[in-house]
Design a protein around this ligand. Structure first.
Ligand SMILES: Cc1cc2nc3c(=O)[nH]c(=O)nc-3n(C[C@H](O)[C@H](O)[C@H](O)COP(=O)(O)OP(=O)(O)OC[C@H]3O[C@@H](n4cnc5c(N)ncnc54)[C@H](O)[C@@H]3O)c2cc1C
Length: 397
């Protein structure tokens, strides 16, 4: 079976199939020699290379050098699945160009869009999305970073943490509290998602500094940012004041399905590795693949992958083709694909025996790569709540 056979499903058009073939071929040629030891340098190189080859066009709308009017979710899914199957850092570099510029695509003024999106598409500007804080991760409404209206400028004070591309980004889409503070009684807490606004903050803005570079088990550029009396022009506001939380959620609704696709790419690679290893490894007078226990494991892995794929492709198709809200479907896709991928990769690692935990083996790196996907852009527990609440809201409508 061809490694891209899943693209025959009716969720995709021929353009998606052609994109997958082109990107897979490009990745096979171009990702092999990239040294990952210096993740900052590797990411910069990957962004430039992906931009130069035209693949970052899928991260911005047509009017600014992109490939579709409103971002095509299936193209994002195809790109992330294809890249993740080859190289986790390449997937990361691609994904952050989309997520980091997503708020500008959705709500930026024409001037902000023209200033940043063409550069994002060409790989000339690196993007970042700054929502999380030390005291506000899953609980976004607890956000404390503030934005004060000061005549001709907004003034940002506070911290953001776990910011991907932190330290190498050229600009950050930052969410900060411009309205009422939460925490003063039940009603104020309930309103905590209201008074939040979003801003574009160029990396060289005085008052913005990198407070800490954070190392994680699958290395990629990550940092805690500090804003101290950081003045940004009024024109850098994204959308209307107080609309920032909705903008963050709209952005995540689009990109959550692409996190599912990355998980799918990692899981497919793990299955490829396990099949090859089990067929070649002899024990007790036969190949590991000849044992029924191995065959049952492969059955579970393949079913887990297909279930995740169908949910992921449905979420993307529903947004592109039906033009419908996909909050529930994207949450289901992210939850199932990331959890299933973790299980698939764990089985693949187990099949490799000691080699599975040897630093530098493919399954060892997949085991590290997949872990954060179950946490960021909403942990699995958060996705379960999104799905459950959406179902209840629909039932009472
Ligand atoms: C590698 C990496 C990259 C990231 N990149 C970015 C980025 O680019 N931009 C950005 O803004 N943020 C980013 N994040 C932050 C990420 O979105 C947060 O880590 C995530 O939202 C969880 O927040 P937290 O870490 O504060 O955990 P907490 O909110 O403290 O949650 C801890 C755990 O509690 C559980 N939990 C959550 N809600 C509930 C509930 N209602 N009931 C029961 N249990 C619950 C979950 O298991 C969760 O993992 C990144 C994180 C990582 C690890």
């Amino acid at each position: 079976m061809s490694r891209l056979a899943h693209l025959e499903l009716p969720f995709f058009d021929d353009a998606h199939r052609a994109l997958a073939v082109a990107l897979d071929g490009w990745a096979a040629e171009n990702l092999r020699g990239i040294d990952h030891h210096d993740t900052d340098a590797a990411c910069r190189r990957l962004v430039r290379a992906l931009g130069g080859a035209g693949f970052l066009r899928h991260c911005v709308p047509t009017a600014f050098g992109g490939s579709s009017a409103q971002l095509d979710s299936r193209s994002l899914v195809v790109c992330r699945e294809t890249l993740a199957r080859r190289d986790g850092l390449a997937d990361f570099a691609f994904a952050m160009q989309g997520l980091g510029s997503g708020p500008i695509t959705l709500a930026g003024s024409p001037a902000l869009q023209a200033a940043w999106l063409p550069k994002v598409a060409r790989g000339e500007a690196i993007a970042a999305f700054a929502l999380s804080e030390p005291g506000a991760g899953s609980d976004v409404a607890a956000m404390a970073c503030s934005a004060r209206d000061d005549g001709d400028a907004w003034v940002l004070d506070g911290e953001k943490t776990w910011i991907s591309n932190g330290g190498i980004a050229d600009f950050y889409c930052v969410f900060a509290r411009s309205g009422e503070a939460p925490g003063k009684g039940t009603e104020a807490v309930a309103k905590g998602t209201r008074g939040i606004s979003a801003f574009v903050v160029p990396a060289d803005t005085p008052g913005l500094s990198i407070a800490e570079r954070i190392e994680v088990i699958a290395p990629h550029p990550l940092a805690r940012l500090r804003f101290a009396d950081c003045r940004i022009p009024k024109a850098n506001l994204l959308g209307a004041p107080g609309e920032g939380f909705k903008l963050a959620m709209r952005t995540l609704d689009i990109f959550r399905a692409s996190v599912a696709a990355a998980a799918l790419g990692f899981a497919r690679r793990a299955l490829d590795e396990a099949l090859a290893y089990a067929r070649g490894r002899s024990m007790f007078g036969q190949a590991l693949a000849d044992f029924q226990l191995s065959q049952a494991a492969f059955g579970d892995m393949a079913a887990d992958i297909d279930a995740a794929a169908l949910l992921t492709y449905r979420a993307a198709w529903q947004r592109d083709v039906k033009g419908q809200r996909t909050t529930r479907e994207a949450a289901m896709a992210k939850m199932v694909a990331t959890e299933n991928a973790q299980a698939v990769i764990d089985r693949a690692l187990q099949m490799h025996g000691g080699l599975g935990v040897k630093v530098g083996s493919v399954v060892e790196s997949l085991y590290r790569e997949i872990r954060a996907l179950r946490i960021y852009e909403g942990a699995t527990e958060v996705q379960r709540l999104i799905i459950g609440r959406d179902l209840l809201a629909a039932a009472s409508a």
